[in-house]
Design a binder for this molecule. Structure first.
Ligand code: SAM
Length: 224
């Protein structure tokens, strides 16, 4: 059956891949990968040998139609990103939309993504939450933060280590010093850290340190 599988891959710890993900990666006709080297390393680790085609932010607009043709002509494909679930702050959405338009069956496997462990580790309400991904770096950033001032649900942001402090300082300005925040760094890796407290306390924790690794910020919602 021609089909597109969306396969989540580990966000740090190579053990975090499902048995089904490994089976499908070894059964499909080809794999679409954000970075062929990263995916090559993952496949080698699991002794999977497969054709890997590059599919990333800079070529996805040009290649989706061609990929759909290839799947429609009887091939099965797996889409992976460098880490976590494709289409979550990663390429994938365009291809999924194009496959739906072309009546190609899609199956997204459940699996690793950074936002869920960060949310659960925060201890903030999880029954309703909103995922904001990366905030705009310049234009639209203030507008977005202003918009989120009244948000009552727990909010989740992806951030780079060198912008963490600047973002927390802006949070202080927009959400006030008493709003609580949880910063998850290097989830599933050896140096995993979860720093929780008021925005001011978490700023103090990270101040005057070299901040390294991958970061998720979870912000408590506004009081009801
Ligand atoms: N597709 C991925 C997912 O499902 O989470 C997200 C890809 S996005 C390009 C990369 C961002 O995800 C990082 O900048 C960081 O905010 C977050 N991230 C990925 N791995 C992480 C980890 N091990 N610990 C903390 N954050 C992580």
């Amino acid at each position: 059956m021609p089909k597109l599988y969306i396969i989540p891959t580990p966000i740090g710890n190579l053990e975090d891949i499902t048995l089904r993900a490994l089976r499908i990666l070894s059964e499909v006709d080809f794999i679409l990968a954000e970075d062929t080297r990263t995916t090559g390393n993952l496949l080698r680790h699991y002794n999977i040998s497969k054709q890997i085609i590059s599919h990333h932010l800079h070529n996805e607009h040009k290649t989706v139609a061609q990929i759909c043709d290839k799947i429609s002509s009887g091939n099965s494909a797996a889409l992976v990103s460098d880490a976590g679930t494709p289409a979550i702050s990663d390429p994938g959405f365009l291809l999924v939309r194009e496959c739906i338009k072309n009546d190609i069956e899609i199956e997204c496997l459940p699996g690793p993504t950074a936002l869920i462990p960060a949310l659960v580790n925060s201890g903030f309400p999880c029954e309703k939450f909103c995922f904001e991904g990366f905030l705009p770096q310049k234009k639209g950033r203030q507008t977005r933060l202003n918009f989120l001032k009244e948000e009552k649900r727990t909010m989740i942001f992806y951030e780079s280590p060198h912008r963490l402090l600047k973002t927390l300082e802006q949070f202080l300005e927009f959400f006030g010093s008493e709003r609580r925040v949880s910063v998850s760094r290097e989830l599933s890796k050896i140096h995993e850290e979860n720093a929780r407290g008021t925005i001011s306390e978490v700023i103090l924790h990270f101040q005057n340190k070299t901040i390294k690794g991958e970061i998720v910020i979870v912000l408590e919602g506004a009081q009801e």
